[in-house]
Write a protein that binds this ligand. Structure first.
Ligand code: THU
Length: 136
């Protein structure tokens, strides 16, 4: 891994520590690298009304978009479970909207292993903006 990739994973791990997960006790952190070189982090933020919970990945994306960034290159996700982190379906869809060619670095609570995957692998045959921009 390059130094930049390692730093991105470390930023996800740092964000994971800020997770607010009193119900699931499953802490997730995300770090999103923009084409301009900025990094936006996110953590999961749960709510007593469970449906109001937001995942770490979407917090990072929404922070970035609301700050004027829409061009994303890579996302690191760190989760507390024994398994590798794996973004939920809703987050995959939200990521696809802005970054169909996104690269992801996933890591779990055990050890230092980091798995590199593409969004295309996680969300094949995705429905995206192109479907709605086609001329009829
Ligand atoms: N969660 C994330 O933040 N990201 C994922 O990739 C999977 C799930 C959160 C949502 C909720 O706070 C907790 O993990 C359990 O679902």
């Amino acid at each position: 891994m390059t130094e930049q990739e390692i730093k991105l994973v470390e930023a996800a791990r740092a964000a994971q520590k800020r997770a607010y997960a009193p119900y699931s006790h499953y802490q997730v952190g995300a770090a999103l690298l923009t084409a301009s070189g900025r990094v936006f982090t996110g953590c999961n933020i749960e709510n007593a009304a469970y449906g109001a919970t937001v995942c770490a990945e979407r917090v990072a994306v929404f922070k970035a978009v609301s700050e004027g960034e829409r061009d994303f290159e890579a996302l690191a996700v760190a989760a507390s479970g024994e398994d590798m982190a794996s973004p939920c379906g809703t987050c995959r869809q939200v990521l696809y909207e802005f970054a169909p060619h996104l690269i992801l670095y996933l890591t779990g609570g055990r050890g230092q292993r980091v798995e590199k995957v593409t969004l295309q692998e996680l969300l094949p045959r995705a429905f995206g903006p192109a479907y709605l921009m086609e001329e009829c």
